[in-house]
Design a protein around this ligand. Sequence first.
Ligand code: FAD
Length: 387
Amino acid sequence: MAVDRELPTQEAADLIALTREIADAELAPRAAAYEREERFPREVFALLGETGLLGLPFGEDVGGGGQPYAVYLQVVEELAMRWASVALGVSVHTLACGPVDRFGTPEQREQWLPEMVGGRLLGAYCLSEAHAGSDPAAMRASAKATDDGWLASGEKAWVTHGGHADFYSTFLRTPDDGPNAISCFHLTPDLAGFSAAPPEQKMGLTGSTTAAMRLDDVAVPGGRMVGEPGRGLAIALSALDSGRLGVSAVAVGLAQSALDVAVAYALEREAFGRRIVDHQGVAFLLADMAAAVESARATYLVAARRKDAGKPYSRQASIAKLVATDAAMKVTTDAVQVLGGAGYTRDHPAERYMREAKVMQIFEGTNQIQRMVIGKHLAREATPANG
Ligand SMILES: Cc1cc2nc3c(=O)[nH]c(=O)nc-3n(C[C@H](O)[C@H](O)[C@H](O)COP(=O)(O)OP(=O)(O)OC[C@H]3O[C@@H](n4cnc5c(N)ncnc54)[C@H](O)[C@@H]3O)c2cc1C
């Protein structure tokens, strides 16, 4: 079902229409087969780049689309309705462009950003390590200063687009900047010793490659550090707030598709002499699914509009990520239920949606971590009752 969206401008409405056209023609027909064959759709990202859909929230001065975040996220949601792996890829690419856009020197921005946000290059974001996911400050991979740059070694885990990306925003310990210092680097696959491990064998999102990236004494040239030495963790965490909104939009798109599949089935399928939608038990399930999807959409839009207005939005981003991804898990699970036995087979997309939803509660900070973030904000922002 086409989602009726409140959009701020005619330009934004045209953008959504263009996204639907491209997604219907190029994403929807490929999704099931690519997911089944675990194929990474590099050519789809090239197309999204050509059509300007990979740089929407970045400034027009560097080749981006100059769109508000609330519009960009609705584009991501539309993509996710047809293919979650691709929508996730767009979100990760945006995340990967963030450090250079926000913390790069004027020279770095001028040299790198137009190709990145113009979509001619695909990005990846290397923060996690095998032993340091929820707690990235425990990372071990490091870059030690040399005469003309750094020597990097270690392994980054779970890299979306690992082995396919053209640039990697990578966070490494830099012991020369202090005992706990972490810094951000712009790494490219041409650097000798920087290589991808075999892809992870995942439960879902199998069209999106996830692989560890190995750093075997990589000579990183000078000029590749992004932001100030030792400020990497702050850069990483600030980018994650907007990344969480990207995942929220992907989750809502996925949940919307699951709802649509369930409603269509309930209108056709008959049991006890009538359509199953006419059994109140099924209609109430569908109603709860619709309420979950719409309220999840509202939470990410509230956070995005705060970001667009220049207001703090970290708490709202965590709430959106928590609400939207829990909604996606519940709605996709209920969609399988509405389809009955058929929902448990690969003849229908509901089981794939359910497998794809699970990981959304895990990446970009697990939902336990989102609760921690929200709790910390509440403790910090609340006025004592007696104060
Ligand atoms: C498909 C996929 C793609 C990914 N893509 C990327 C990427 O592109 N770049 C990147 O850097 N990372 C990526 N990740 C990594 C992802 O962000 C981490 O998996 C996630 O942050 C969780 O870390 P972990 O797996 O080490 O779990 P752990 O940190 O080991 O957590 C295990 C469990 O303990 C819970 N837990 C941990 N600490 C606490 C606490 N203090 N309180 C309560 N509960 C806690 C967690 O919620 C979780 O349930 C990806 C992961 C997946 C699966």
